[in-house]
Design a protein around this ligand. Sequence first.
Ligand SMILES: [Zn+2]
Length: 344
Amino acid sequence: MDNQTLRYSRQILFSPIGKSGQEKLKNSRIAIVGMGALGTALANHMVRAGVGYVRIMDRDFVEYSNLQRQMLFEEEDAKNSTPKAIAGKERLNRINSDVIVDAHVTDVTWNNAEELLADVDLILDGTDNFEIRYLINDVAVKHNIPWVYGGAVSARGMTVTVIPQKTPCYRCLFPKKPDPGTNETCDTAGVIGPIIQVVAAYQATEALKLLVGDEEHVSTALRSFELWNNDYSEINLKNARNEECPTCGQHQYDYLDPVDKSEKVISLCGRDTIQISPAEGTKIDLNGLAERLTPIGQVEKTPFLLRFLIEEYKLTIFPDGRVLIQGTDDKIIAKNLYSKYIGS
Ligand SMILES: [Zn+2]
């Protein structure tokens, strides 16, 4: 037996997958949105299982507070502030060199979502962000791609599988975004590592079923777990599809075509950090910017980003024009720093 056959031998012995399933996995293309806790666990499963093409995307860099639960990262990544997509790709390549890992350091927005997600067989949600889930749902329904939602906070998690036109879509189930501040996030509640693995295990199993073509066994329930208090529950979704749903009923893709397409300023979960994303098509010349900023404050440049320290703030600037401003959760302060040092 050659090494590649050996590598997958236990999975091939599992009869619902078998030799033909393994071949299907090899010929599959998937996208994983977010390389945080769920995203890294999902990518680990998919790459080890031999899914042939795995696209990963994340807007952030590795920090020490990630290491407790984001399983692909190591101390060195936090020390170097390596972008998560890059650190993830390096680790995944070492795990399985046969898999093509296509890494993107970017925020997934209306502007690039179809480019990143419309040409795959399956999308896995590893984000911690409602906005992006509606966007994933729009692309998935529009292009008829199944996707698996997962979320985890505290010791609690939830997952559901969406097969467009067959099951309820995300918007059928959650017609409206929660108002800011009403949902517990990692700012206020924290999170333990094991709940991540439970949710990712369910998501990854659903992914394997879908990729080998065993739709019959795909879950038709919204499943939730609370590990600390030993709760598990399922809501059967067999008849939960809403024919009037704007997305899967009326094919209106509001999140792909937002009314406001201008610069976006958002506060990141639990980070004392503001992200500013410029309007469409802005690129920043990091070398030029480094030269301009060097006389003013402390500048560090890596192949992937520029770091600028000024007063009590730390600005991380990506080539796509995005800036993370650490040291404040005040959007006005962040915007002022942005226009003062990066340009308006
Ligand atoms: Zn729907």
